[in-house]
Design a protein around this ligand. Sequence first.
Ligand code: FEO
Ligand code: CA
Ligand code: CA
Ligand code: CA
Length: 649
Amino acid sequence: MSSRPEHVESIELHDTDGIGSNPSANPHIETLIAKRISRRQVLSGSLALAAGGFLGGSLMPLETSAQSGSRVRLGFKEVPASSDDTLVVPEGYTAQVLAPWGTPIFPGAPRFAEDASNSAADQEKQVGFNHDGMQFFPMPRLCSNRGLLVMNHEYTDANMIYSAEQGGRITPDAAGREKVAKALAAHGVTVVAVRHCGNGKWEIIKHDPHNRRITGNTPMAFSGPVRADHPLLKSTITPSPRGTLNNCSCGKTPWGTYLTGEENWNAYFGTDDYSWSATALEARYGVSYSGFGYYWHRAEARFDLSQNRNELNRFGWVVEIDPFKPKSTPVKRTALGRFKHEGATCMEHKGRVAVYMGDDENGEYLYRFVSAKPWKEHLANGESPLDHGTLYVARFHDEGTGEWLPLVHGVGPLTTANGWQDQADVLIRTRMAADAVGATRLHRPEWVAGDARTGDLYVTLSNGAGNNAAVNSGRASNPYGHIVRFHEDEHSDTAFNWEVFLLAGDPIYDPAVPMGQTVFGSPDGIMVDGSGIVWILTDVSNGSLNMPMRGFDNIGNNAMLAALPDTREVRRFLTGPRGCEITGVTMTPDQRTLFVNIQHPGESTTYWNEQYGPPSTANPSAVSSWPFGRRPRSATVVIRKKDGGKIGQ
Ligand code: FEO
Ligand code: CA
Ligand code: CA
Ligand code: CA
């Protein structure tokens, strides 16, 4: 073992999702988009017209489906872009902070300590850190005044969760182990009962028996083709699987359970043993000596690659949680594949459940799982619809069509002769299987949203260099991202049509963006509400936020926007405080209460660090003091219309 230099105490989280691990030469969607734009250019003689026609959908097959279902109009006045350290909603709306990080959710649970001195044991009884994907489960069914909020906690920030006395560094001793334990307790999922108490205000019901924390230590079951006793999952250091990590976006099944995606799980693993080197499988998933700089391995052998490398293979799955059964063991549904799962959006097709999933890293793929039979039949047989079915990966064609390619052992190149042992092998190596079948590389596929009325689906492609900076959606680079809309072909089980729904960005810097379109960057979260409004949540990276040099000064802080599916009008609905991203979003069935998560306010941000210095355990509020003028805390915000009307209308 050799020593490595000490890392700096202030851990700056870069836009690590922008670093790709895909060495394949598979086609990239930007090449396909560029071909379509240049074809239009020939027809119209102008790039501007070409882009306009392209965006206007004049050649697109999806217009009918989008228009037929939508008659809704936006009924709020746009809020301006903001760089203030505050949360802004439109006139006539209220915003209430609910369930910030550290809120006790059980009777007698410890209060949040403003100096971050809560212990790991305290944190296990409090709302986790960095709120992300979220779903509202009405209780009883269709109730809009009471229910369970289930939300993810994506990662922790050492500058925020440890006290000034503790400092941020992980040391190989009891203090280091306590710090890792606190971080693990702040990860995972929170289930908390909430109710509308009148006057537009909501509250947590602390005594509700459904309240629960699932953390990086909670026992986990494995189901589907990859079982916990698979040779690549066995560990002597942690004999039975524990924990879910980097829970990003989510989904809700038709049978009323919650799905959570394990995204940047490679972040937590590392080693100081230089005799370790990554296997081809580990390299394909971005596993490295230092991960993303958490250094948990220095205190816990569980996260040391040279001592416990199979622990890696227990992550990268979609986890199913039944929020109505607080004693149930969460289940990793392995048939849905292993990658950096963003979310798991469920739609119904002919009674079957289809689950749409992005793999958020530069150059990665879009996946779909379809149950073998109608989901009700599976449940009647006492089996999970998520254990029986087919995983597919998307291939896009340049004429606006696409196909779902099966990732099934023995089909196409995934044969024993080619080194694929069985379906479990295909699933553990999902990314490599997708490389082999020729999937289309994308710019960081994040969330997928479905419009239940029309069947239209939207996937946010957050940003990314792609494979050729010269042809990124017809522009010189693609720092701003775009949203692709697709629709399953009713006459086929594997064909779909697609188009670019919106290009994000600022037309001052990027002429491909339509002049007059509301500026925004890096679309990430997306939801279609019951009326067809497309809600977009942004996650411009901390390195670009507010930076004039990078063309982000007019865009301001991260924001939430509403778009219409037919006219593609975009309006800014909400702006967040400094250093945050806007993430999880869900509504009550009556669409009169919107819950939205504000993640990582005050995180180390290049632009603000230059003015105020970076945040640290000694000065966590350097960038932001949202929401209470003190230590910044992720939180759910409850948004209501003062007149009690439907949100956005
Ligand atoms: Fe966790 Fe891809 O955002
Ligand atoms: Ca995201
Ligand atoms: Ca982010
Ligand atoms: Ca993101």
